[in-house]
Unconditional design. Structure first.
Length: 462
């Protein structure tokens, strides 16, 4: 596509993703409300809550889409520094995406209903197909005609098809056949009492997440956005795992008492599971990120994006672990705490981001993001443990795990630069972590289960 078109496209994804979050917190509120009513045996009430929430999402999606369409000429001609020859295709792309915003919101509502019913299989199949088509489809389009509006038009069509598939799955597996209705006061109050504060987080949190790209687009050339966004998107895909875990346990956590033993066990097991999976994954990204970028996109891209991918690997390890306390806070019906935290973080992060980006370029942008992820994780754990579950923490294993993590991440920095050293270091580091995890992290009962499953697998194989 070229650096300019690709840089603009990454900014468009940011804007559309941000616009899709103006749902006043109804996505998560639908899941919690429907799950609670299902747990109480009120299937009719759960179905009504789902349809009322979807009605609101449709109205909000239409409003946001109209606003986005009205701003398209200004965004394409004034807001971003793009070549004049791209102005027309950029504006057409924005108009097409504005049409898809209501579909995106409805799809999010359908996913919330499926989550509440714990129908993860069908939902993940749809998401997997959409994820492949979102990137493979535009690639095929670009090979035919390198124009932004054709790429975006394909994505809009895919969102329409996804919405129709979601509707069919919800009707057949959850008994929810969405037709807009006049919302009743009781259900609306229940949804918005939870969703109101989630709205604040939904507005501020993605702004915190994507503010780095917007600052880069304002302070540095459009090429820098591409150098930053490509490593960022590569690392960001690793969050699929904690997002999946959080999505699976949220409807369960919503039905537990905050101070119950079951809630504490669920929390600590989820944290350990996330760390066991994400630590070697982010370590691999940290070690192999620069050489992979060099092989994939060339040495210049690796020199610019290599430090970025390494910083973000550290930051997103912290962010993945922070997903668990964030989920527990929302499941407990305390989204206000997260909203206030995000409001406090926003001006601090903005100043830090502006200062480091102006001084260090895209590396400074990545460092600012790591600092923000660190502070956010610390505060979320404090709120969840002390504010929700009233639980204490044994700091000794936390310090041990942190020391091991720092040692393995910093080990590659001692070796001479070069992709062959990176490829040789990674299996050694992962083996060390696996041994450490078996001895210090995995519980005795879990070891017995793993051994039994391995023996069963060997017997079946033989």
């Amino acid at each position: 596509m070229g650096i300019d078109r690709y840089g603009f496209l990454t900014l468009v994804w940011v804007l559309v993703g941000y616009a899709g979050l103006f749902d006043f917190g109804l996505g998560r509120a639908i899941t919690r409300t429907v799950a609670n009513r299902l747990a109480a045996g009120d299937d009719l009430g759960a179905r009504r809550a789902a349809i009322v929430g979807m009605t609101y999402l449709l109205v909000f999606g239409l409003c946001v889409g109209l606003v986005f369409a009205a701003l398209s000429p200004w965004l394409s001609r004034t807001a971003f520094k793009i070549p004049e020859s791209m102005h027309r295709e950029a504006m057409l792309s924005l108009l097409l995406l504005s049409i898809s915003i209501p579909l995106t919101m409805l799809s999010a509502g359908y996913a919330s209903i499926l989550t509440a019913h714990q129908r993860f299989g069908a939902m993940n199949i749809v998401r997997a197909v959409l994820g492949v088509a979102t990137y493979l489809g535009p690639l095929l389009v670009v090979l035919y005609a390198n124009r932004l509006e054709l790429v975006v038009g394909f994505v809009a069509v895919m969102r329409f098809l996804t919405n129709r598939v979601y509707a069919h799955v919800c009707k057949t597996q959850c008994g929810v056949d969405f037709r807009p209705i006049v919302p009743d006061r009781e259900t609306s109050k229940e949804l918005f009492s939870l969703g109101g504060w989630i709205t604040v987080s939904n507005v501020v949190s993605p702004f915190l997440t994507y503010l780095d790209r917007l600052i880069l687009g304002a302070l540095v050339a459009m090429q820098a956005v591409a150098y930053y966004a490509t490593p960022y998107d590569m690392v960001l895909k690793s969050l699929i795992i904690p997002y999946a875990l959080v999505g699976a346990i949220f409807p369960v956590a919503a039905g537990l008492s905050n101070n119950s033993l079951a809630a504490k066990v669920l929390f600590f097991q989820s944290v350990r599971t996330t760390f066991l999976i994400m630590m070697p994954m982010e370590l691999a990204i940290f070690v192999l990120g620069p050489p992979v970028l060099e092989v994939w996109l060339g040495r210049e891209f690796s020199l610019n994006g290599g430090p970025v991918v390494q910083c973000l690997a550290v930051g997103l390890l912290l962010n993945s672990l922070a997903q668990i306390p964030a989920m527990m806070i929302q499941a407990a019906g305390r989204p206000k705490w997260m909203a206030v935290l995000h409001l406090i973080e926003l001006p601090v992060f903005l100043l830090l981001l502006w200062y480091l980006t102006s001084r260090l370029g895209i590396t400074g942008t990545a460092i600012a993001s790591v600092v923000r992820f660190s502070i956010d994780a610390i505060m979320l754990y404090f709120l969840a443990l002390r504010g929700i579950m009233n639980a204490s923490v044994n700091w000794r294993p936390v310090l041990e795990h942190s020391a091991m993590t720092i040692m393995l991440f910093s080990g590659i920095l001692i070796l001479p630069a070069g992709k062959w050293f990176a490829f040789a270091y990674l299996p050694v580091a992962v083996t060390i972590f696996a041994f450490y995890a078996w001895v210090r992290i995995i519980q005795p009962a879990e070891k017995m289960q793993l051994v039994q499953k391995l023996r069963s697998a060997v017997e079946v194989g033989s």
